[in-house]
Design a protein around this ligand. Structure first.
Ligand SMILES: [Zn+2]
Ligand SMILES: [Zn+2]
Length: 349
């Protein structure tokens, strides 16, 4: 986690570089921050994917160290596509970090990072610009495949697109062609997603509950919906897909896709729909249990076999574990509301 923390002074520096970059474009005679960003980097640079890939999400550093942001750029690609070194250097990391393949190429004072990538060259290999270092894996952009490409100097994150401008490299070199950059539309999608959450939460039934003693977790007769270990608990975390610090608003069970999801307690299906973030989602209203109106939410399923209005018994199969929506692998994301308030599922189950 620590590696994602950016001291606010560094962020100010990065923002300043961004401002200066705009100034530099308007007035080429001004001090050249792009050259500063590239200092120590060989002249020739390459896109890390063949051709001139679409930038589907731009660099958007957080305004504060815990803030929401995107510490690199996402380039559209297909699974198995060759991942290329953006410049000459030495591979300094090739391995798994938080469940995904990450590669780092050291260029001296700068490092470029690539994920999710399956390495084909080991640490210590010297590479030239455009040389294949690995193959692109799925998982960074939800159901679409993309390469998250980063540029770092020390602990500070820079915009990898800074590598490109003013280059006279071969066709396909960064900056030699047109960028197709859609950060504004992506920002809108993220904003909409964030707005959907309270809207969805507002539809969670809360009537009938009281505010009496909660009682011990596990004492209410609820069973786990899948027999699998918890791979990520409820709480603040660095989101592997969105690359922001946010509340992980449920409990993840690491079950294989296709594993039956069993109703943890009797209830009535109150909603079933697809959400870009939660994937295939189903809400089960358990009514008032031990004084609380209890609703469980099931997310990322491949499919459900019950629908709105269906009454289900405890233990009945309601659907199958999947990886729909913003998800990096097969799992069940379980959510719980008590009297309309989202809680840590493990405080009740
Ligand atoms: Zn990314
Ligand atoms: Zn989750």
């Amino acid at each position: 986690m620590r590696r994602f923390w950016i001291h606010s002074r560094l962020v100010v520096g990065v923002l300043l570089i961004g401002v200066l970059a705009v100034v530099a474009r308007a007035a080429p005679a001004a001090a050249d921050p792009l050259q500063t960003a590239r200092s120590g980097l060989p002249e020739q640079t390459s896109w890390p994917l063949a051709g001139s890939p679409d930038v589907v999400r731009g660099f958007d550093p957080p305004a504060q160290q815990w803030g929401a942001g995107h510490r690199g750029v996402d380039l559209s690609g297909s699974p198995g596509a060759p991942v290329l070194a953006a410049a000459a250097g030495t591979i300094s990391y090739a391995g798994m970090l938080a469940g995904r393949g990450v590669m780092v190429v050291d260029h001296g004072s700068l490092r470029t990072t690539y994920e999710p990538v399956t390495a084909i060259l080991p640490v210590g290999t010297k590479v030239r610009a455009g040389q294949q270092i690995g193959t692109l894996a799925a998982g960074h952009c939800g159901q679409d495949t993309c390469l998250h490409w980063g540029l770092k100097r020390g602990d500070s994150y820079l915009d990898p697109l800074l590598l490109g401008p003013q280059q006279s490299g071969p066709v396909g070199a960064v900056g030699s062609g047109e960028y197709r950059l859609y950060p504004a539309s992506e920002r809108q999608a993220v904003t909409e997603r964030l707005q959907q959450r309270p809207a969805a939460a507002a539809t969670i039934p809360s009537a009938g509950g009281t505010d009496g003693p909660l009682g011990a977790a596990g004492s209410h007769g609820f069973s786990f919906p899948v027999a699998a270990s918890i791979t990520s608990p409820y709480g603040m975390r660095f989101h592997p897909v969105l690359h922001v610090y946010k509340l992980h608003d449920g409990t993840d069970f690491g079950a294989a896709c296709g594993t039956p999801i069993k109703a943890p307690y009797a209830g009535t299906v109150s909603a079933a729909y697809f959400n870009a973030g939660y994937g295939n989602r189903l809400m089960l209203d358990h009514g008032v249990v031990d004084g609380r109106r209890v609703v469980s939410g099931f997310n990322h399923a491949t499919s459900y076999r019950v629908g709105v209005g269906d009454r289900v018994a405890k233990g009945e199969v309601i659907g199958y574990v999947g990886t729909t929506g913003y998800s990096t692998g097969c799992h069940l994301h379980l959510m719980v509301w008590l009297n309309g308030q989202m809680v840590n599922p493990m405080s009740w189950y």
